[in-house]
Design a binder for this molecule. Structure first.
Ligand SMILES: O=c1ccn([C@@H]2O[C@H](COP(=O)(O)O)[C@@H](O)[C@H]2O)c(=O)[nH]1
Length: 233
């Protein structure tokens, strides 16, 4: 896999037309993410379009519910021929195991990724608003380990925690990092960020990079700058 293939670009737009515009503008992108905004706005249509174009698909719907409901949603999602699918680690051990069992019967099951701690959250919010008594890096690791023990294939984590998760969870556990910002891009609502080259060097398998590319004045130029940065890693 070449390094640009390790960058997943989110289609965080509200319409099918805007999504197709991005696909046409960035034909070099091999891996696209469909998240809540596009899926809730337009339904599963876009997944068929991505499949027809031979793209890899990360369906990032972040399921978080009781085990029976999570299992049903994962079973349904696994019929769309997607490569990656998310749920929250905080749904708990039974829900994680039920999700794994549900997708396992699909002809080509997606890999399941558990969200550890959203990359928008700061240590302060985790402690004071969410009342989590562990330090943020320790909590992210605990969520990854719980997911791994429950049979989940990998985790979504901030690039700031990826080195430790890689060390403890091993090379077979897939680690996907949003919260990636080139040094020329604004952070926006992301709290725990590193640059693309730092995130890869720290052990991420895949990076999710959205607005620095899709929100740029010239998305093609932004994509090329990121590929250039990663070529030097
Ligand atoms: O912890 C998480 C989990 C998922 N995301 C998603 O990744 C992209 C990031 O987009 P940017 O524009 O690069 O910020 C977005 O679709 C999120 O829903 C995340 O950011 N953090």
């Amino acid at each position: 896999m070449t390094t640009p293939d390790r960058v997943i670009v989110p289609l965080d737009v509200p319409t099918r037309e805007q999504a197709i515009e991005l696909l046409d503008l960035l034909p070099e992108v091999t891996f696209w993410k469909v998240g809540l905004e596009l899926f809730v706005s337009t339904g599963a249509d876009i997944l068929g379009i991505l499949n027809e174009r031979g793209k890899k698909i990360f369906l990032d719907l972040k399921f978080h519910d009781i085990p029976n409901t999570v299992a049903g949603a994962c079973r349904a999602a696994s019929r769309y021929n997607v490569d990656l699918l998310t749920l929250h680690a905080t749904a708990g051990r039974s829900a994680l195991a039920a999700a794994k069992a549900a997708v396992s019967i699909a002809p080509s099951p997606p890999k399941l990724l558990a969200i550890t701690v959203l990359t928008s959250l700061s240590a302060r919010e985790l402690a004071f608003d969410l009342k989590i008594p562990l330090e943020l890096p320790e909590y992210a690791l605990e969520m990854a380990l719980l997911s791994q023990e429950s049979g989940i294939d990998g985790a979504v984590c901030s690039p700031r925690e990826v080195r430790e998760l890689r060390r403890v969870c091993g090379d077979d556990f897939l680690l996907v990092c949003p919260g990636v910002r080139p040094d020329w891009a604004v952070k926006g609502d992301q709290s725990r960020t590193l640059t693309p080259s730092e995130a890869i060097a720290a052990g991420a398998d895949y990076l999710v990079i959205g607005r620095p590319i899709t929100g740029a004045d010239n998305p093609r130029e932004a994509w090329a700058r990121i590929c250039q940065e990663l070529a030097a890693v």
